[in-house]
Write a protein that binds this ligand. Structure first.
Ligand SMILES: Cc1cc2nc3c(=O)[nH]c(=O)nc-3n(C[C@H](O)[C@H](O)[C@H](O)COP(=O)(O)OP(=O)(O)OC[C@H]3O[C@@H](n4cnc5c(N)ncnc54)[C@H](O)[C@@H]3O)c2cc1C
Length: 500
């Protein structure tokens, strides 16, 4: 027996829950199906282990969009706290403030290395690579070869598991946007001299220099648990332990049939008029009947996976950073999160600390398949080598694996996504792709939410009023000035905007 709903949403992460919340708030019938058997929140969930709380990475709540910030406040009115941001880079046994402090960096690098950095920067500015294609080209043009090799190469290659020559320049342009070396040096000098580098009114805030952020006092999962509860209170349904593995569209009736499998092997079927998907594009396309022609392109999309080893240890000497980037090539760990600095409530006992050692990997590789005991042993040895805690002080540990943490921006991703998108929008006007893996966009919660917010407006309007692909990485949305699905489908604007 199938159950009918007006809109079925795949995935109870920030995008799916935003859609579910706004639809149910507008009195619409909605069902959200989530594969996870225990909790909502997707990559933005909060894990609990023996009373210690931690994120999948640390999740800052920052958005340029007032609509998104207002929605966070609506979902969780009383539990956001303001947190100072402190992060450093660990490289060859030394710590560098991030953003850089000029005099400290000069002292750590030494006069020769610092001079070489400046000369290589000047050379790169005078002789830039025309039309940079790779991450390496792009960063070398902006910062010079020497700074690229010290502050970008190792960490980026740890994160992506591939050479910086194989990573698209788009990624650098998106993630390092707004950071020009001149501004960074001015900022670094002001910090070194103890002057606060506040942007002047109207001056854009550089993305990577933001000094404080909002955070739910018990982690990001709080927001998404609250959203799920509000959906239920508004008459919608959020159902866990339902992995969607088949969707078919009947063009004659305009109805979607969705099949979901549960952990015990039982199957459920739902029918719906609208289908909103935050599932990874590759998986969604593979599950659609009739099979899309762009299945080949969807299958070419790649993902980077991620695991956290949370180490719980007695505190001897605390450190104030929220996280530390580990650029040092002698250890495999990419980043260390200090969850007590995110919020004191993440740790139930002041005598202990909880550090999250983050390893970037591919599903099925040596790290991913290593037994938990092996990973904990590796993490203890590496944290000892870095010197943040003594391995013998670790009293408990927990490993969390996160598949498809990052959609990969390789050379062909843009064309592949464009092909899939064009076909799905043409053949299935009531199918709405939202969110991070749902649109194969390497973005934060605010972007995922904004795409869902505009999708809900489209569903309420009954036509594709907004082109959600125009939501940019900072969750800003430019009104495109056109309306109607047909017009949008024939518009030039359907070709994804060049990010660089
Ligand atoms: C290490 C790391 C650090 C980050 N830090 C920040 C940060 O500081 N600030 C910030 O704002 N963002 C941050 N992000 C990004 C943030 O996690 C994502 O942008 C956000 O979670 C995306 O929301 P989403 O709903 O699109 O996808 P997801 O969070 O991936 O949720 C998708 C949900 O769909 C479910 N699902 C998938 N397929 C199916 C299926 N077939 N059937 C049923 N359910 C399915 C999944 O189980 C999941 O629950 C970070 C991400 C990572 C990896």
């Amino acid at each position: 027996m199938s159950q009918h709903t007006e809109t079925l949403v795949i995935g109870a992460g920030p995008a799916g829950l935003t859609a579910g919340y706004l639809l149910s708030k507008n009195g619409r019938d909605v069902v959200v199906l989530e594969r996870d058997p225990r909790q909502v929140g997707g990559i933005s969930r909060t894990v609990s282990h023996n009373g210690f709380l931690f994120d999948i990475g640390g999740h800052r709540f920052f958005s340029k969009s007032k609509a998104v910030v207002d929605l966070w406040d609506e979902l969780l009115p009383d539990d956001f706290i303001d947190r100072p941001r402190l992060s450093r880079i660990f490289y060859k046994g030394k710590y560098y403030a991030y953003p850089l402090k000029a005099f400290e960096a000069l002292r750590n690098l030494g006069v020769l290395q610092s001079t070489a950095c400046v000369l290589s920067y000047l050379y790169a500015r005078a002789r830039p690579i025309e039309q940079p294609k790779s991450f390496h080209d792009w960063v070398r043009n902006q910062f010079g070869e020497r700074l690229f090799s010290i502050f970008f190469k190792t960490y980026t290659e740890k994160v992506w598991g591939m050479s910086c020559d194989a990573i698209s320049a788009d990624w650098a342009a998106q993630r390092i946007k707004g950071l020009d070396l001149g501004a960074a040096i001015r900022d670094a000098l002001a910090r070194s001299l103890g002057l606060k580098a506040r942007p002047k009114p109207g001056e854009p805030v550089i993305k990577t220099l933001i000094e404080s952020f909002r955070y739910p006092r018990r982690g990001p999962g709080m927001v998404w648990e609250a959203a799920a509860a509000k959906i239920a209170a508004q008459g919608g349904r959020v159902l866990l332990d339902r992995g969607v593995d088949g969707v078919s569209f009947d063009a004659a009736t305009g109805i979607w049939t969705v099949s979901a499998i549960r952990g015990d092997g039982t199957r459920e079927t739902y029918t719906a008029r609208n289908l909103v998907s935050s599932a990874p594009v590759r998986e969604l396309v593979d599950s659609i009947t009739p099979r899309p022609l762009s299945t080949f392109q969807a299958r070419a999309l790649q993902y980077r996976d991620f695991l956290t080893v949370a180490l719980i240890a007695k505190v001897r000497e605390d450190f104030p950073d929220n996280w530390i980037y580990i650029h040092d090539p002698s250890v495999m760990v990419g980043r260390v999160q200090n969850f007590r600095s995110w919020s004191p409530e993440m740790v139930p006992d002041d005598a202990y600390t909880c550090l999250g050692l983050e390893y970037f990997c591919f599903e099925g590789d040596g790290l991913w398949t290593m037994a938990d005991e092996g990973l904990v042993a590796l993490a203890k040895a590496e944290i000892g080598k870095i010197g943040l805690i003594a391995p013998d002080d670790v009293v408990d540990a927990c490993v969390v694996r996160q598949p498809k943490a990052y959609p990969v921006y390789d050379e062909s991703y843009r064309d592949n996504v464009a092909t899939v998108r064009l076909e799905l929008e043409r053949d299935f006007p009531t199918l709405h792709l939202v969110g991070r893996n749902g649109m194969h966009k390497y973005n934060n919660q605010d972007h995922a939410m904004m795409t869902a917010m505009l999708t809900v407006e489209n569903i309420l309007a009954g036509y594709r009023r907004h082109d959600i692909w125009r939501v940019n990485e900072d969750a800003e949305y430019t009104e495109s000035g056109f309306s109607g699905a047909d017009e949008a489908l024939t518009s030039e604007r359907l070709v994804p905007r060049k990010v660089a």
